[in-house]
Design a protein around this ligand. Structure first.
Ligand code: PMP
Length: 383
């Protein structure tokens, strides 16, 4: 099977597995313990923090380890709101954020908190004029993802950082899909807060981080003395060590991996467009991640398409894995102006460092064989 769902999760690097096992075996003690075994675990944690921070262009003190990007996003939003100056109660985010963040937005609204969503255009590009119009001196936080997980469309982070600064509003970037897909520097980003997740870069699931710029006010979600009082609970030392190993492994070949993935993604797009008439690339005119393409095969719904593809040996996804299992239209594609029917048709292929040219050639041929009869059926049905 050819795995083309790297945006959902990446296979765990052998280096990460090895470092996790080693930590579980030899640094299993509580890193807060003052005895020698505890201090051995503490050293693993300190070393891992340095390596993850270096990968993200941050300082170790800016890093708060969490259970993943969903928790980091919650900490960014709720922690900023709880510590925001009087009069700043409103949250502004994009309409294409990860479902976990939009669910939090719905909860906040239910509690009487104002939350405004910035629209995107037909290509999935953020409307910067609308963002500007929504910012004001009552805003506690601007939260926008670095790149969309379904379409790969990049958000205009430098412009957002400038806008946020002009309004005295902290910018939170959910960089879960940026890490490992472009060089990332928290220091240069202009963001006050940034979320990342280990499992998208070949680390384990259940580990991530929130980067918090020095001086940024943030109330903890989980009280306790760990992570400089910003996240209580005994640290997931082995998971964090695996995260650090994945950062190192990803950084080692990042530039060449990205160039290769971009070339392979373009080959996949062109091959599918040529083999299957009626195919459209969603967000084709926008700047996108090198590894991601979201397509619509005519008016074919994603579910039967994905089932056929899997039988033909290709694993892909209908946008967010978190919303798979239903025939719900994608909120991202709806926000791009597709109608409810078309918004059920998005099929995402996402590549990774392990994807080969042979994988892509196989995928094009297998998809052509698997989907041509489906397309013919619907055409006959419509005629
Ligand atoms: N944000 C984005 C943009 C994502 O793609 C994901 C992963 N689906 C998350 C947040 C959630 O990350 P985690 O699985 O670590 O909670």
């Amino acid at each position: 099977t050819v795995y083309l769902d790297w945006n959902a999760t990446a296979p765990v690097w052998p280096e990460a597995v090895a470092e996790m096992l080693d930590t579980l075996r030899h640094a299993w003690a509580n890193p807060s313990s003052t005895h020698a075994p505890g201090q051995a675990a503490r050293r693993v944690l300190v070393d891992a923090r340095l390596r993850v921070a270096a990968f993200l262009g941050a300082t170790p003190a800016e890093l708060v380890f969490t259970s993943g990007a969903t928790e980091a996003n919650h900490l960014a939003v709720l922690g900023t709101l709880a510590a925001a100056p009087e009069g700043r109660r409103r949250v502004v985010m994009s309409s294409v954020e990860h479902p976990g963040l939009l669910a939090l937005a719905a909860r906040l609204r239910g509690e009487g908190r104002p939350v405004d969503l910035i629209p995107v255009d037909g290509q999935g590009r953020l409307d910067l004029d609308a963002a500007q119009a929504l910012l004001g001196d009552d805003v506690a936080l601007l939260s926008v993802m670095g790149a969309n997980n379904e379409t790969g469309v990049l958000m205009p982070l430098p412009q957002l950082a400038e806008l946020a600064q002009a309004h005295g509003v902290p910018l939170h970037v959910d960089a879960t899909q940026l890490a490992g897909k472009q060089a990332l520097s928290f220091a240069a980003s202009g963001a006050a807060l940034m979320s990342v997740s280990a499992h998208k870069i070949g680390g384990p699931k259940g580990v991530g981080a929130l980067l918090v710029r020095k001086g940024q006010a943030l109330a903890p979600l989980i009280a306790g003395r760990q992570e400089r009082q910003r996240r209580g609970g005994t640290e997931n030392v082995a998971g964090i060590a695996g995260f650090a190993a994945a950062c190192g492994r990803t950084a080692a070949t990042l530039a060449e991996d990205l160039a290769r993935q971009l070339a392979l993604r373009q080959r996949l797009e062109q091959g599918l467009l040529r083999a299957l008439p009626g195919t459209c690339v969603l967000g084709h005119a926008a700047e996108r991640l090198p590894n991601t393409v979201c397509l619509r095969f005519g008016e074919l719904e994603a579910e039967p398409v994905l089932a056929r593809l899997e039988r033909a040996g290709i694993v892909a996804s209908s946008g967010a894995a978190c919303s798979a299992g239903g025939t719900q239209p994608s909120h991202v594609l709806l926000a791009m102006g597709l109608d409810a029917r078309q918004a059920r048709c998005g099929v995402r292929f996402s590549l990774g460092p392990g994807t080969t040219a042979a994988d892509i050639d196989f995928a094009i041929a297998a998809a052509a064989r698997a989907l041509t009869p489906l397309l013919a059926e619907t055409e006959a049905g419509m005629a």
